[in-house]
Design a protein around this ligand. Structure first.
Ligand SMILES: *Cc1c(COP(=O)(O)O)cnc(C)c1O
Length: 221
């Protein structure tokens, strides 16, 4: 169920802290299509999903609504074609091979370039997904001219960090990395960072996309 007062306070926080237009991606993984309908009625248009089959099922049930879908989960290379077909954005790209397959699929399907973010594994994260900061620029150069994708920016999922100062330092690291790439001639306009527990801090560091689930829909089962 959508928590409407919680949505209001998220929107209020975004308005108060955002330095530029920010896209709220409502993370609807494990939520029913009825809940997504409720969220649409409350004004939300952009939804993030992690699991392909679950997303495809809900997209089919919601095909009457003008929704924008972002794929934010891990990407298996044998799933790149349906991902390219059914999503407008893919946030977790961390290998050239995946970017190339997504690009090829968009071209074959005659669809406009797919928006992608490179996932960065910021210092201290134990997760295995994401490219290390030192390798982001090389990967960006490998994928930026692929004709079926549009490289938009960087994405990260920092581990929960109770210390606000250290939390902000992680997001700053991603922002500075993006600014460095831009100064080296790689035109990026997107910082996808901030989830329910830390999005205000991410906004202070210049997030352009926040991905928020449990703050809107309650804890996932
Ligand atoms: C689940 C998920 C989110 C949302 O997390 P919440 O803590 O529920 O806001 C955001 N980004 C990614 C990549 C996720 O997997």
């Amino acid at each position: 169920m959508l928590n409407r007062p919680a949505l209001q306070s998220v929107l209020t926080e975004i308005n108060a802290l955002a330095q530029h237009p920010v896209t709220l991606v409502a993370v609807s993984k494990t939520q029913s299509s009825a809940t997504i309908r409720e969220a649409f009625a409350a004004g939300l248009r952009v939804f993030g999903e992690n699991y392909l089959q679950e997303a495809l099922d809900k997209q089919a049930e919601l095909s009457d609504l003008p929704l924008e879908w972002h794929f934010i989960g891990p990407i298996q290379s044998n799933k790149t074609r349906p991902i390219a077909q059914h999503f407008s954005w893919v946030h977790g790209v961390d290998r050239e091979k995946i970017a190339k397959r997504l690009s090829d699929a968009r071209l074959e399907l005659n669809l406009p370039p797919l928006n992608i973010c490179l996932q960065v594994n910021l210092g201290g994260e134990s997760t295995k997904s994401g490219v290390p900061p030192s390798e982001v620029e090389a990967l960006a150069r490998q994928v930026m001219n692929l004709p079926g994708i549009k490289l938009r920016g960087l994405m990260a999922i920092p581990e929960p960090e109770p210390d606000a100062h250290r939390q902000q330092a992680r997001f700053r690291e991603l922002r500075l990395l993006k600014e460095q790439l831009v100064s080296h001639g790689i035109p990026l306009d997107t910082l996808s960072m901030g989830m329910s527990a830390d999005y205000p801090t991410a906004l202070k560091e210049g997030a352009t996309i926040v991905r928020i689930g449990s703050a809107l829909f309650g804890a996932r089962a």
